[in-house]
Design a protein around this ligand. Sequence first.
Ligand code: ADP
Length: 376
Amino acid sequence: MQRVFRQLKWRIIAAHMVVVIVGVVIVLGMASVVMNAIVPQFLQNQLANLSTRVDAAVLAQATDELLETFRNSVFTAVTVAAIGAILAGIMTGLLLAQEILRPLRQIALSSRRIARGQYRERISVPTSDELAEVATNFNQMAESLAQVEQQRVALIGNVSHELRTPLTGLKGYLEGLMDGVFPQNEETYALMHYEVHRMHRLVDDLQSLSRVEAGQLSFKFEQFDLIPIVERVVSQLQPQAGADCLQIHVEPPDKPLMVFADPDRVAQVVMNLIGNGIRYTDEDGRISVLVTAVANQARVQIKDTGIGISESALPYIFERFYRVDPSRTRQSGGSGIGLTISRHLVWGMGGEITAVSAGAGKGSTFAFTLPLENRS
Ligand code: ADP
């Protein structure tokens, strides 16, 4: 019995029955007040006027019979009305329960299917507003889960794909060494070392990526002058770029630009952006770094005259593993993770990072902002 009353259907019917019972009790109460107090009083008054002309005993009997008939008809009417109300209550209760329970059952069934990995599962949206909202939210949640699952599968595919390239190279060198195709000299070992280095870098990048995406990176915020940090990265990368190719400008010059951020993370972002500039710009091109203060933010802009980015590729370059030209970047060791990490680092320090390009072959400009010195 207790189990039955835990079901919504029976609870709704029970609620309807309570309404019926309260209605019947009120009608009966009112009828009994009418019959026991108002009607006899009324008849007594009428009898008092008539008793001079009609025999009192006959009138008393007629009054009793009248009251009895009235009582019976009231009880018959109430009983018939009660039965009708009970039947109507059960029917409307069942219909209402059906209306509420159908989507709920569907949600329960679909969520079980989703839990089993059937992410395409969706439920139909009912007509009533509140249930429609629940169903729409459920479908949106299923959609997000499907996307997360898709990303997870893509991630596994990307990681294995990225690891396969250096592993295949390494395997080739090892087999070549065993078969005597490759000589056991410094050059061969250097090539093998390069493949191991690529794998190592990829694993490091993946570890950083998983940390930034999980929001687990800790930042050591402090106030510092941004200019020496950028200058240090520029001088570190200068040998790869050539003295004329990579230049830094600061506006206004000879003035510190105090920011509130993590200096190591800022250096990491600058390193990634200038590194990309060097990688995607020919030797006779130019990469200029501009450091400025804009409103209440510091801005670092890295502009190159390199291969540029087409309009269709531009929205995706901050997505993990995205590479405009996979063959070119794989050769140079790029795995398409650098910009994703940079974006999370800049976001984590309260800034924004953007990329613009006039199109393929027309150079690119990457810029990021950082909050200026915390004066509070
Ligand atoms: P990768 O390690 O492949 O360079 P990133 O995340 O740093 O990965 O960059 C993602 C992609 O964005 C690159 O593969 C490249 O196609 C494009 N890209 C990044 N920087 C530049 C740039 N300065 N010029 C042209 N394309 C760029």
